[in-house]
Design a binder for this molecule. Sequence first.
Ligand code: URA
Length: 208
Amino acid sequence: MGKIEELRALQAEMEEDKKLPLRSANLVFGEGSPDAAVCFIGEAPGLTEDQLKRPFVGRAGQLLNKLIEGVGWKREEVYITNIVKRRPPENRDPLPEEIEAYRPYLARQIAILKPKIIAPLGRFSMNYFLPEAKITRDQGKLFRVGDHLVYPLFHPAAALRGTGTMNALTESFRRLPDIVKRYEELFAKGAAAPSSKENFSQTSLFSS
Ligand code: URA
């Protein structure tokens, strides 16, 4: 099976899984290139995402599109998804048990995609990969987690609420193409970094 078929099969399995929470909302599986070097991972779909069954298509999504295009890429060249793949009522924060329930599916989605860089958007997604990290301290730093480089970024919705956050997100985003280009070198550097757990390093590879 190729990646597209594997992703389709995973999506079908999720649709069928009656144990998943939030089942009254639509499944927003994710979209983009299955061969993307970069996978952006948000928190959970909002109202527009639920209605269109596509991730990041509301106001935060428009900003994400602008940032992607700002570094010379197209939205279709990256992959975009969320940790929790159905909208929580009233857009409340996802509950820990909802994140846990969707966790194995995100892990399998990433295992199919094999992106070089995972860019979590916001603290919920960042803490999925880096449980000890703090978004204000660690956004824009690069971490090695398993086979991936993880590059946490502020959530675009937070950037829409404050100029400082917007500037930091824009600045961190600007460095993404270089990180992709230097992936092999940076990954090798991370492999030598001390890890606190097996396959897990919270030691930032660079932070300047
Ligand atoms: N916010 C998210 O975290 N994800 C979306 O898909 C849209 C908004």
